[in-house]
Write a protein of this length. Structure first.
Length: 468
């Protein structure tokens, strides 16, 4: 939208003067994306006034693109108004919204409010809404729309086009036409392009091969995401256990779910709960609550690091120089663990690896850990050597043993961090938990504790009888 501030000022001026005719003309020149951008600049009352002036198509398009909080405010604004015309507008809005978009909106509302809104629907739409809401919250059934076109296999291509012209406007998409038998069971689907190129007198069953991909209504939405990725489709049919065609899921709905799943995993991997609203709209106390749980768990975990160091307090007292390299050792282990966890979780999400590949992963990460640890160990070794020989720092008469201690410790800690970061997500997956829970902070905390133990055990092996 060009010159956003000027656009806002013009709309506010028209709203204040109640010049509804010119306001409606202005709105007609904007597309749905621009209207959503405008909504972000207006207050609640102004949004409601503008929304009332939208035509049916823009009402559906704009409502779908609004954030859930703004959707709820619009609906509540209509609900709170006692004027019958406003109630009529609310009923019309709810009945015109695509069934899948309406389900997505209703499932986030308090149950009492959702039921009140369902009561505004026509008997037909109320039945559709209740039917979709009966499916589990994260299931494919919640995503599907019942607006599709289905034909029988024994009609001709010409008859199919006649049917499309009569009923096609009721479908959310006309890219694909579904073919069902006399019991409404899905037997195939056919692209409209194939119909256009076919002989008008050909029968539909002559154009299909009875091979198709479908989704189950009860399946988890993540399954749909994966199937859409693998088969590159704009829409897929949804069937029940008997194969009856219930609805379709479109690519734009899958993209929304994929974005939500990515956000959820990203938050988990960062060591916090998923935000229910965008960051700028999340209440301060809610943000603190989402972040505090994991921070407390990680803090308690880090307390074990202090416990481990307390166990070696005598060694630290005898060789204070050991304490200089503790941050270096534990951070290297934590970083290597975080890297491995990131790689493995992403590979599992993309189906590049599965639990049956655990031995391949362990072998690969073992040698990776050895090599990466050797590189860091060599750098640590030469760092002490160069500083000692250059006179920049005096590590004492046993500086060479100290150099070997740091070098070997880095190999062990990085190896352990790499293995931990790779096997923890797989263990969580085996237990039926979300691998993303193996967040970078979680792995780093685990490796911090064990890294201290590895470091001082190596120190005892190299420095026993000298510094220790």
């Amino acid at each position: 939208m060009k010159d956003v501030d000027a656009m806002k000022d013009r709309f506010v001026s028209l709203l204040e003067s109640k010049d509804w005719r010119f306001l409606k003309i202005e709105i007609e020149h904007l597309d749905s994306v621009e209207i959503v951008e405008l909504f972000e600049l207006l207050n609640e009352k102004e949004r409601l006034l503008v929304f009332r002036l939208l035509d049916n198509q823009k009402t559906k398009d704009v409502f779908k693109k609004l954030s859930h909080s703004n959707q709820q405010k619009i609906v509540e604004g209509f609900s709170d108004n006692s004027r019958w015309i406003t109630k009529f507008k609310l009923a019309k809005l709810l009945n015109n919204i695509e069934p899948d978009d309406r389900t997505s909106f209703l499932e986030e509302l308090p149950e009492e409010l959702a039921q009140q809104l369902i009561n505004h629907l026509s008997p037909e739409q109320r039945g559709i809404a209740n039917n979709l809401l009966k499916y589990p919250k994260e299931s494919i059934g919640r995503l599907m729309t019942t607006k599709f076109v289905a034909i029988k296999p024994d009609i001709t291509v010409k008859q199919a086009f006649d049917y499309l012209r009569e009923f096609g406007h009721k479908s959310e998409t006309l890219n694909i036409i579904y073919v069902i038998d006399e019991h409404s069971r899905l037997i195939d689907y056919i692209p409209v392009k194939d119909l256009i190129l076919a002989n008008p007198e050909s029968k539909i069953h002559e154009l299909i091969n009875y091979k198709f991909i479908s989704l189950k209504a009860e399946d988890d939405q993540e399954i749909a995401i994966q199937i859409f990725k693998e088969h590159d489709r704009s829409a897929l049919p949804v069937v029940d256990e008997a194969g009856v065609l219930l609805g379709i899921v479109t690519f734009d709905d899958i993209m929304d779910v994929a974005e939500e799943e990515s956000s959820e995993d990203f938050h988990k991997f960062g060591g916090m709960e998923e935000l229910d609203f965008p960051y700028v709209k999340t209440p301060f106390l809610s943000l603190i609550k989402k972040r505090s749980g994991w921070l407390i768990i990680l803090f308690i975990g880090e307390m074990l690091t202090a416990t481990a160091m307390g166990y070696f307090d005598k060694e630290i007292a005898k060789a204070v120089v050991l304490a200089l390299f503790i941050p270096l050792i534990i951070s290297s282990g934590g970083n290597s663990g975080s890297q491995a966890a990131t790689i493995i979780i992403r590979a599992m999400a993309l189906k590049e690896i599965s639990l049956k590949d655990w031995w391949y992963v362990m072998k690969k990460e073992f040698f990776s850990g050895i090599l990466l640890g050797s590189v860091l160990g060599a750098i640590g070794f030469f760092r002490i050597t160069i500083w000692q020989l250059a006179g920049w720092y005096d590590y004492g008469e046993h500086w060479n043993l100290m150099a070997w201690t740091v070098g070997v410790s880095l190999v062990g800690v990085v190896l352990w961090g790499t293995l931990s970061g790779s096997f923890i997500p797989m263990i969580l997956k085996k237990l039926g938990l979300d691998p993303a829970t193996a967040s970078a902070p979680f792995v780093a905390t685990l490796v911090d504790v064990t890294g201290i133990v590895i470091y001082f055990m190596v120190a005892l092996a190299f420095l026993n009888g000298t510094l220790l």
